[in-house]
Design a protein around this ligand. Structure first.
Ligand code: ADP
Ligand code: MG
Length: 296
C-alpha cells in the first residue's frame, strides 16, 4: 500500500532529523504563520562558555573561589548557563562543594546552600535591586552585557559577591534559517528570550531579527504566543529550555531543540529537532505544506 501523505511526510522529516510526534502535528506545522524563537540553546549553540570571572571589590573572594561557589550552586541545574559555570570550574581544577536545598526558577536562576552559606546565581535584573549598595554589581553586569555577554550575578547570604560573563556562539545556520522562515511565512520570526535586552538585540541584529522581546519569564513567552494567536496568526514556537515549556504548550505547534534541550521541553513539544540542525525546521514546514496539498 502507499503511505498516506502526512505519514510519508513524518518519515521524511525523520530522515532530516526531526521527530514529529503525530500526523496532526505534521499538518499543523504547515499552517505556521508566525514563528517565535528562543535565544539561548535555540538560535545559539547552547554550549556557552564562561569568559569573565569578576569578584566584586570587598567580597574578599578570589576568581577561583567565586567560580567554585557559583559552580557548586549550579551543579544540580541542567540549564546551559549552569553547565558553562560547572565546566569552567572543572577546567580550572576547582573542588566543588555539595549543594543542599537546591531550587531553580526558570528565567531567573538558582539558589542553594553551599558550605552553610545561602548562594544565588542568576539574572542581574532579578537578583540585583536598585539599592546603592548593589551599584558595583549592576555596573559590572552592564559592562559585560554591553560586550554582548550574558552576565550572571553571584550572591552570598544576600549580598552580591561577583559577576560572571558568559558567551555563546550563534548556530552556523541561524541567519539562513531566519531568512527561510521569513520567506515561508511572509513574516520575520520574533526573538523571545529571558536574557538581557542588550545581548539579545546584538544577536538579533546578526540574524536579521527586528522584533526582540527580552527579559521574559516563562509566562511572558506564553503572553507573546497569545498576542500573535489573537492577531489571527498560527504560531510555531522553537525552544529548548524548561523556561520555554509553557510557550511550547501554548503554541499552535511547539518544536524543541533535542541535543541540549531539557527533558520538560522535549516532552512538551509537538516535534523535536533530534539532529540539532535548526535549518531542518523550515524544511519540515515545507514538507508539511507539500503533504497537505496531496491530502486535500
Ligand atoms: P533564554 O530564554 O534565552 O533561553 P533563560 O530564560 O533560560 O534564557 O534564562 C534567562 C536568564 O535567566 C539568563 O540570561 C540568566 O540571567 C538567568 N538564568 C536562568 N537560569 C540560570 C542558571 N541556571 N544560572 C544562572 N542564570 C540563570
Ligand atoms: Mg533556551
Amino acid at each position: 500500500a502507499t503511505m498516506p501523505p502526512l505519514l510519508s511526510a513524518i518519515a521524511n522529516a525523520g530522515r532530516h532529523g526531526v521527530l514529529v510526534k503525530s500526523a496532526v502535528v505534521m499538518e499543523q506545522l504547515g499552517q505556521t504563520q508566525a514563528v517565535a524563537l528562543d535565544k539561548t540553546g535555540t538560535l545559539t549553540e547552547g554550549t556557552p562558555r564562561v569568559t569573565d570571572v569578576r569578584p566584586l571589590p570587598g567580597s574578599g573572594l578570589t576568581e577561583d573561589q567565586l567560580l567554585a561557589l557559583a559552580a557548586s550552586a549550579e551543579h544540580p541545574s541542567e540549564h546551559p548557563l549552569a553547565r558553562a559555570v560547572v565546566d569552567a570550574a572543572r577546567t580550572r581544577g576547582l573542588r566543588l562543594a555539595t549543594a543542599e536545598d537546591f531550587t531553580s526558577a526558570p528565567g531567573i536562576g538558582v539558589t542553594a546552600t553551599v558550605d552553610g552559606r545561602a548562594v544565588a546565581v542568576g539574572a542581574p535584573s532579578r537578583l540585583v535591586a536598585d539599592a546603592a549598595s548593589d551599584e558595583p554589581a549592576r555596573a559590572c553586569a552592564q559592562a559585560l552585557e554591553d560586550e554582548g555577554r550574558t552576565a550572571v550575578v553571584v550572591e552570598c547570604d544576600g549580598t552580591p559577591v561577583g559577576v560572571l560573563g558568559i558567551a555563546d556562539r550563534l548556530r552556523p545556520d541561524a541567519a539562513a534559517t531566519v531568512a527561510r522562515l521569513d520567506a515561508l511565512t511572509g513574516r520575520t520570526p520574533i526573538l523571545v528570550t529571558g536574557d538581557n535586552p542588550r545581548a539579545a538585540a546584538r544577536l538579533a541584529a546578526e540574524v536579521g531579527i527586528t522584533d526582540v522581546r527580552a527579559g521574559l519569564l516563562p509566562k511572558d513567552k506564553v503572553a507573546v504566543v497569545r498576542e500573535l494567536e489573537q492577531a489571527g496568526l498560527r504560531t510555531t514556537v522553537i525552544g529548548d529550555g524548561v523556561n520555554d515549556a509553557p510557550a511550547l504548550a501554548a503554541a499552535h505547534a511547539g518544536i524543541a531543540m533535542g541535543r541540549a534541550g531539557s527533558d520538560l521541553a522535549l516532552e512538551t513539544a509537538d516535534a523535536v529537532v533530534v539532529r540539532d540542525e535548526l535549518a531542518t525546521v523550515p524544511t519540515v514546514i515545507a514538507l508539511s505544506r507539500r503533504a497537505r496539498k496531496l491530502v486535500v
